[in-house]
Design a protein around this ligand. Structure first.
Ligand code: NI
Length: 186
């Protein structure tokens, strides 16, 4: 089932997500729905707050980005539950990010190149893994979502100023978007 994606301005995007337990109801269905919703919107990551749930869960599929342009990339398709980024290292590098909750807005964000993350998979088995390059980038962006942080907060001050009008429009639903969204001021 495709779920509406919550747009910029909704409070759920600013809240820190709560941990979940293995008895969480209909988790498998939720994860399936999140994948379907993400693919429909041509996304490479989706966090639970973006579908209105304030819980510590996000999905990533960077396999879609494996291509001639990214010859070195070995993508991942994974569910991250109750994650903690234990460590970030390496040089900060910039990448033009976007977000399904903020359609039509893109901008350079600096993040560290490598990370170590501890999380539970969809079977609630604990894992500890290291990621770099695009995979780290997508994980950092989605992890921010469950911490109540949006990429727009990490843009350079001038760029942040430049997108204010666009953000106001998004809140009112005054935006061209090809997937189903839920706008706070509509
Ligand atoms: Ni996002």
């Amino acid at each position: 089932m495709i779920l509406p994606i919550v747009a910029y301005g909704d409070n759920v995007l600013k809240r820190k997500g709560k941990e979940i337990h293995s008895e969480y109801q209909d988790l498998k269905q939720l994860i399936d729905n999140m994948y379907e919703t993400m693919y429909k919107a041509s996304g490479i990551g989706l966090a639970a707050p973006q579908i209105g749930l304030s819980i510590r869960l996000f999905i990533v599929d960077s396999v879609q980005m494996e291509s001639k342009d990214n010859p070195k990339l070995k993508g991942i398709k994974k569910v991250f539950i109750n994650p903690t980024i234990i460590h970030e290292s390496g040089e900060e590098w910039k990448y033009e990010e976007g977000c399904l909750s903020i359609p039509g807005v893109r901008g350079d964000v600096y993040r560290k190149a490598n990370l170590k993350i501890k999380y539970q998979d969809e079977n609630f088995e604990w894992k500890e893994e290291s990621y770099d390059d695009i995979n780290a980038r997508v994980i950092q962006h989605e992890y921010d979502h469950i911490e109540g942080i949006l990429f727009t907060e990490k843009l350079a001050p001038l760029k942040r100023k430049m997108i204010q009008k666009k953000l106001q429009k998004i809140m009112k639903g005054d935006v061209d978007v090809s997937y189903k969204m839920k706008f706070p001021n509509v």
